[in-house]
Ligand binder design. Structure first.
Ligand code: NAP
Length: 345
């Protein structure tokens, strides 16, 4: 078989980050290796995307672990699954021409050969910087928006509690809630982050959740109870928040960052009595279940960014070499805003 000709101006090799062993819990740099593969030929209906920004997401922990009940784990030996922003550099699909920018499932690598099913959104480069489409106009913005409004369903006068409040999702939840005059309270993992919650992200009050035990923090921050809990951590904060929910309150279970691993199954306080007696609605959020709502949410988020009403922070490092340690860095709380790896344009 002949080697495909290298498309013009493209290097002949694709650098890839490979999952080389299966982690239990948080993947470390040692669970990944690099390789280089030659560029594959395109089949009819496919296109080649040159990645520009690779996304780093807490969910990648779940994608690498065995036993996830919502997605197949990345096979050992495969390119690490990841969202990315890129540009089409070669195409055999009439509706996806060269030069089109996309956000989708392109993996931690220089180039992805994909079809339309891998695309999450087409990017309008005039509306916002490219990086925004991997964060505030990507999974993070959509999760904040749809989790808060569709599952949280806040009503006038509600108190909303948010964990990882200064993160890529949490910083947006705070601002979106404040813009509709809800009373929004944040918990973040260091003093600089909690200060930004109130100075920049719309929170009426915030605290460093490492500065005191969960029960006394919540007694101080939400003395009258919680209507909506947008929870990204689970663990002790969730255990204590459940006991402070108001009757008919809603919990949006968006993430479980505080639980370092699920095997063996962790134990904690029981929840059923709180759910029953407080008549709570506890909703699990998987944002891709709500793809029919993406266009409306993205139009609103884009408008807010363009009018300067929505701030977003990005934590960008340059070079594929940063990828293997990037998930562990998130779980150490070292990111300030959306974690991205820039590969160049
Ligand atoms: N359900 C969905 O469809 C969906 C989609 C996207 C994101 N999410 C979830 O949304 C959450 C935020 O995601 P993101 O992309 O915006 O990340 P992020 O908040 O920017 O970064 C992750 C943050 O998690 C916090 N964290 C790490 N370990 C923790 C621990 N042991 N206890 C408490 N907090 C810990 C750290 O913040 P601190 O320094 O403040 O502790 C870290 O900065 C994650 O749980 C993610 O899984 C869910």
């Amino acid at each position: 078989m002949s080697t495909p000709a290298t498309p013009r101006n493209l290097p002949g090799r694709n650098r890839r980050v490979i999952l080389s062993s299966r982690p239990v819990g948080i993947p470390q740099a040692s669970h990944f290796t690099f390789d280089e593969a030659s560029l594959e030929s395109l089949a009819e209906g496919q296109f080649r995307v040159r990645n520009i920004y690779l996304s780093v997401d807490p969910a990648q922990r779940g994608w690498t672990n065995e036993g996830s009940n919502y997605s197949q784990p990345v096979p050992v030996g495969d390119v690490m699954r990841a969202l990315a922003v890129g540009v089409i550099v070669e195409s055999r699909h009439a509706e996806f021409p060269e030069g089109l920018h996309l956000y989708g499932w392109f993996g931690w690598q220089d180039y992805a050969v994909v079809g339309p099913q891998a695309v999450v959104t087409r990017i309008d480069v005039i509306q916002a910087p490219l990086s925004a489409y991997a964060g505030v106009l990507g999974i993070n913005g959509l999760t904040a928006y749809l989790g808060l409004f569709k599952l949280g369903r806040p009503k006038a006068g509600d108190t909303i509690l948010v964990t990882t409040a200064a993160g890529a999702v949490g910083s947006l939840v705070g601002q979106l809630a404040q813009a509709r005059a809800f009373h929004v309270i944040g918990l973040a993992g260091d003093d600089a982050k909690f200060a930004r919650c109130t100075s920049r992200f719309g929170y009426a009050a915030a605290a460093n959740y490492k500065s005191a035990d969960a029960a006394s923090l919540l007694d101080r921050l939400v003395p009258d109870g919680i209507d909506v809990f947008f929870d990204n951590t689970g663990g002790d904060l969730l255990d204590q928040a459940l006991r402070r929910m108001k009757t008919g309150g809603r919990i949006v279970q968006c993430g479980t960052a505080a639980v370092s691993q699920w095997s063996p199954t962790p134990t904690g306080l029981r929840a059923e009595r709180e759910i029953l007696t407080r008549r709570l609605i506890w909703s699990g959020l998987l944002v891709f279940d709500h793809s029919e709502d993406f266009p409306g949410a993205l139009a609103d988020l884009t408008g807010r960014i363009r009018s300067g009403m929505l701030h977003y922070e990005e934590d960008i490092v340059t070079g594929l070499l940063h990828a293997p340690g990037a998930i562990a860095r998130l779980y150490d709380g070292r990111n300030n805003g959306k974690s991205l790896i820039y590969l160049g344009e």
